[in-house]
Design a protein around this ligand. Structure first.
Ligand SMILES: Cc1cc2nc3c(=O)[nH]c(=O)nc-3n(C[C@H](O)[C@H](O)[C@H](O)COP(=O)(O)OP(=O)(O)OC[C@H]3O[C@@H](n4cnc5c(N)ncnc54)[C@H](O)[C@@H]3O)c2cc1C
Length: 244
């Protein structure tokens, strides 16, 4: 039923279930949130709190004001029709409730392991902290999408990816332009170290070494042939996108 008639997001899948018999499986503020949003799409929304509803007084008042019944009896099973369509919810007391779709909250966790390993600063909710060009607090590491904004849907996530791409490309282009300005006697020399410039010391461990190698090759292929003479440190606290 997952993705067909059981969903976590009313903005992603609410429209497709407009006018249907809907159930919300969640307690507390999340239950109130889902029930109120889904009430826009259907007059028949039931809140299944699967135990105590844990609604604060003002949340309960909202739910009551919109005429949304609350069932506290634990849910034991969901019956479908074999095609992924929900047909009924089975409750612990033997009763059943005919429903066409279920929206639920079971919690979520951001997959921020890579950013954490690289030493990027995280916000309180675990998302990766970035500036307006999607640059993290670790130089040459950019982040976009849900790991930066957990509430982002596809257009927003993709948009932040474009912002990051523009910032990275601008920066690399200006670094190439800087290399063209090197004195002729330095041209053709190989860099003394294959370590990433400026921040090599931050890259440790197998995973980060792989990422560092990727960044190195990206930088090398971007540089004009034979002109990778030296690297110049980005201005401290300056615009990392390198725009003038
Ligand atoms: C059930 C569901 C339904 C949704 N429906 C809609 C919808 O209808 N419309 C809409 O606009 N949005 C919808 N969304 C939201 C949408 O999916 C996200 O906004 C979007 O996918 C975010 O894109 P992203 O690239 O940031 O992250 P993701 O699409 O999650 O991509 C991140 C990728 O990184 C990979 N990854 C993570 N950690 C590691 C690691 N350590 N190593 C290697 N790979 C890793 C993951 O496996 C994943 O493939 C829905 C989300 C869910 C969960």
């Amino acid at each position: 039923m997952w993705g067909t008639s059981a969903h976590p997001c009313p903005y992603c899948d609410g429209f497709e279930h407009r006018g249907e018999r809907l159930a919300v499986l969640a307690a507390g503020a999340r239950g109130e949130h889902l029930a109120i949003l889904l009430r826009q799409w259907s007059d028949d929304v039931v809140l299944l709190s699967n135990g105590p509803h844990d609604l604060a007084a003002h949340e309960l008042a909202h739910v009551h004001a919109l005429g949304i019944p609350i069932i506290k009896t634990p849910v034991v099973a969901l019956d479908g029709d074999g095609t992924g369509r929900l047909r009924r919810v089975r409750l612990d007391n033997g009763e059943t409730l005919d429903r066409d779709a279920l929206f639920f909250y079971v919690g979520w966790r951001l997959r921020n392991d890579v950013a954490r390993t690289l030493g990027c600063r995280l916000s309180d909710d675990g998302s990766v902290a970035v500036d307006s060009g999607q640059a993290t607090t670790v130089d040459r590491v950019y982040a976009a999408g849900n790991c930066v904004e957990p509430r982002a849907l596809v257009p927003t996530a993709a948009g932040s990816g474009v912002t990051a791409a523009v910032a990275i490309n601008t920066r690399l282009s200006f670094e190439d332009a800087d290399r063209h300005q090197h004195p002729p006697e330095l041209r053709g020399r190989r860099p003394r170290s294959r370590r990433l410039p400026h921040h090599g010391a931050r890259f440790r461990g197998p995973l980060t070494r792989t990422i560092a190698r990727g960044a190195m090759s990206m930088e090398s292929t971007r540089a004009p042939c034979g002109r990778i003479g030296s690297y110049r440190a980005a201005p401290a606290g300056g615009d990392r996108a390198g725009s003038s």
